[in-house]
Design a protein around this ligand. Structure first.
Ligand code: CTP
Ligand code: MG
Length: 675
């Protein structure tokens, strides 16, 4: 497990292995995504259609009055044309190539053209044998020709409007479906991460700060969502669009197309430069942001200590440094983008200028139609849009890959041995606990428990005493298998706990810690912990059994009183009583009290001692206590010293031994006399 530098994991913008794994999560929504891609294909087609329609309007109708026509007798025309003087006039370009050679169906005088001379227009009709007939067109005559083009332009306008509307609707559907899919994918991933986090052993949480884990489930997931919605599928659109534009341009005019793409090599070079710079800058900023987050989390949760010790100024300066570091890194990142975007803008403008210079000369020379040039400028603009967005998508992909890597790292962390393959049936145990030569370390070979062996009979109350850091809490955590041991065995009722499904095992163990953790919610849910199998009556019973009902009834709302901020509004003793009720209400076969009575005043302690007597009846109880007065009645006292079991016996036996326990006892006794 190497998660130490994970905040500094900033990989490539594309990693095949990661992507494969990410796509696995998208599999249930495969058809949504395929649908989106198909929609994008249609949308791209519609986008490409628009400049083309305008080109047709310009070249075929706005600038078409003087274009050559072919004359047909009515009924023989291959396509609708202009009805004038008993004939149908159809423009050559609208006929297409196939009608040109033989003028099939045309009337005897076949070719016609409108000529312009100042304000007067002439219709010039030329028959095959060379006869030319020229007649002047009146205003009304001319209007007949113009009306045809006006109708056509209106028609094209309507088609354009239709295309725009359709594109709008399809875009709406596509965006909706895509966002929905992205949210669903990420939501299910988040659920998986949460479930995984819950199942991880405490060893994992010892190593990974909470702030970082929270970031995993929020920020990193957002980055993935952005990838699914903003980058991944839209990349298809960009590719469609770019390829489509290139194809359309080449088909319209090869020469002009080549001229338009003259800047492409420059784009490639600039983009490559940008990528290297952007990656470095992003990495630097990312690492510093992680530092800010960590500093923030720590300073906010430690604000009490900071204020009481008056460390505000120092902490402020500390944060100021981190903050400035991040600012600097962000500025460097900003500069990269500040250069790249305008540079791309310049290149695209330059390409446009080149196109107008190159195409404009040809339009003026009559070798290029204006509509084509117009369409080209339009396409060129469309062409640069995805290229400009590329920076943004690059950013998104980069962030997503880094996030994916961190999330997968988290999902791949296995601190616990897998659940037993052949789990034993584990009914309520009698409560016999046995440690057999247990060796345990939190880190590698830094032994915290060394060759620990002891045996607790069912129903016994056993106390652990020893100096701070001796390993008492560690022993207790091992019984619930919160950590894995390195050597030896732990048996409950003779069954190795590794053969028991952890959930089954923990169901029979009730633990009261020194620091009580309360959840947001009311008092009764904090006792039942959302277990629907526990009735309110049982909650009340348990609470009154441990004498917690007295303070609960004083709370505003009683059992329904809200607990805020992990119970900051309750006293430590009150929280302790709640945790007693919490442990008791489950009626565990094994009860563990880790320095549970440390926070309780003398009066309450008397009540607790009384409750404990009843509480411990019929179940195995493990007690860790520093105040030896509280454990004198224990059936067995185990003295732990530097991770080893040094003495086992009753209070009297151990006193008689005059060993470590005796020393401890004398120390505390003297204290009491002195006080
Ligand atoms: N320890 C550790 N990682 C943890 C918990 C504890 O490395 N997550 C170490 C402690 O630094 C200590 C040793 O393990 O040196 C034993 O800790 P613990 O069992 O908690 O000691 P206790 O006997 O319970 O000490 P105390 O009386 O202070 O509660
Ligand atoms: Mg402890």
């Amino acid at each position: 497990m190497a998660m130490h530098h994970e905040d500094e994991v900033v990989g490539k913008a594309y990693d095949h292995k990661l992507m494969k794994r990410l796509l696995k999560y998208a599999r249930p929504y495969k058809w949504f995504l395929v649908g989106c891609v198909l929609l994008l294909l249609v949308i791209t087609g519609l986008d490409l259609l628009q400049p083309y329609l305008i080109k047709v309007a310009i070249d075929n109708h706005m600038n078409a009055l003087t274009q050559p026509m072919v004359v047909f007798t009515p009924g023989k025309e291959p396509r609708p044309g202009i009805s004038f003087d008993g004939y149908i006039f159809v423009r050559e370009r609208e006929l297409g190539d196939k009608y040109m050679p033989d003028y099939e169906g045309s009337a005897v005088p076949v070719k016609a053209e409108i000529e312009e001379d100042g304000d007067t227009y002439y219709l010039r009709i030329q028959s095959p044998d060379g006869d030319v007939e020229i007649r002047e067109l009146t205003k009304d005559d001319l209007q007949v020709f113009k009306a045809y083009d006006i109708r056509a332009v209106i028609r094209l306008g309507l088609i354009l409007l239709g295309a725009l509307t359709l594109a709008f609707i399809l875009n709406y559907i596509q965006v909706y479906v895509l966002q929905y899919t992205g949210l669903r994918i990420v939501s299910s991933m988040r659920q998986e991460v949460f479930a995984h986090l819950q199942a991880l052993s405490l060893a994992f949480f010892d190593k990974n700060p909470i702030g970082r884990l929270v970031t995993r489930v929020t920020n990193d997931m957002d980055a993935l969502n952005e990838m699914y919605t903003a980058a991944l599928v839209n990349l298809f659109k960009d590719v469609f669009l770019l390829v489509g534009i290139i194809v359309v341009m080449l088909r319209m005019n090869v020469e002009l197309a080549v001229a338009s793409f003259a800047v492409l090599p420059v784009i490639v070079v600039v983009t490559a430069m940008f990528r290297t710079k952007a990656r470095q800058a992003y990495r630097a900023a990312r690492v510093r942001l992680a530092r800010i987050n960590a500093a923030l989390a720590e300073n906010i949760s430690g604000v009490r200590i900071i204020q009481i010790f008056g460390r505000e100024k120092e902490k402020f300066q500390e944060f100021d440094r981190v903050n400035h570091d991040y600012l600097d890194a962000s500025m460097r990142e900003l500069k990269v983008y500040a250069v790249f975007r305008p540079a791309m803008n310049f290149i695209s403008s330059f390409a446009l200028a080149l196109l107008i210079w190159f195409g404009g000369r040809r339009v003026l020379g009559g070798t290029l139609e204006f509509g084509v040039l117009f369409a080209f400028t339009n396409y060129l603009e469309q062409f640069f849009r995805p290229i400009n967005d590329l920076t943004e998508k690059y950013n998104i992909m980069q962030a997503a890959m880094a996030s994916a890597e961190r999330i997968f790292m988290l999902l791949d962390s296995r601190e616990l041995e897998p659940e037993p393959e052949k789990p034993v049936v584990f009914p309520r145990p009698r409560g016999e606990i046995e440690f057999e030569n247990v060796w345990f370390a939190y880190n590698d070979n830094d032994w915290v428990l060394k060759d620990v062996s002891f045996r607790i009979e069912p129903g016994e109350t056993c106390a652990f005493v020893g100096h701070t850091g001796a390993g008492k809490t560690s022993i207790i955590s091992l019984i619930g298998r919160m950590y894995e041991i390195s050597k030896g065995r732990i048996l409950i009722d003779g069954v190795d706990i590794r053969d028991i499904p952890t959930q089954e095992l923990r169901r029979h163990i009730g633990v009261v810690h020194q620091d009580v953790f309360l959840f947001t919610g009311d008092i009764k849910t904090n006792i039942a912990l959302g277990d629907t199998g526990i009735s309110f009556e049982e909650v009340r019973e348990a609470a009154s059994f441990v004498n917690a009902d007295r303070f609960i009834s004083r709370l505003h709302g009683g059992y329904d009183a809200e607990v805020r901020e992990r119970g900051a509004t309750l006293s430590a003793g009150e929280r302790q009583l709640l945790s007693f009720a919490r442990a008791l209400v489950r009626d565990p076969a094994i009860l563990v009290l880790d320095e549970a009575t440390a926070n309780i005043d003398t009066e309450t302690e008397a009540l607790i001692q009384d409750a404990l007597k009843r509480l411990t009846r019929g179940r195995t109880t493990l007690v860790v206590a520093h105040r030896l007065s509280t454990i004198q009645n224990a059936d067995k006292i185990i003295v732990i010293h530097k991770g080893r079991v040094r003495e086992i016996g009753t209070h009297q036996e151990l006193l008689a031994k005059r060993g470590i326990y005796y020393q401890l006892y004398l120390l505390q006794y003297k204290e009491q006399i002195g006080a």
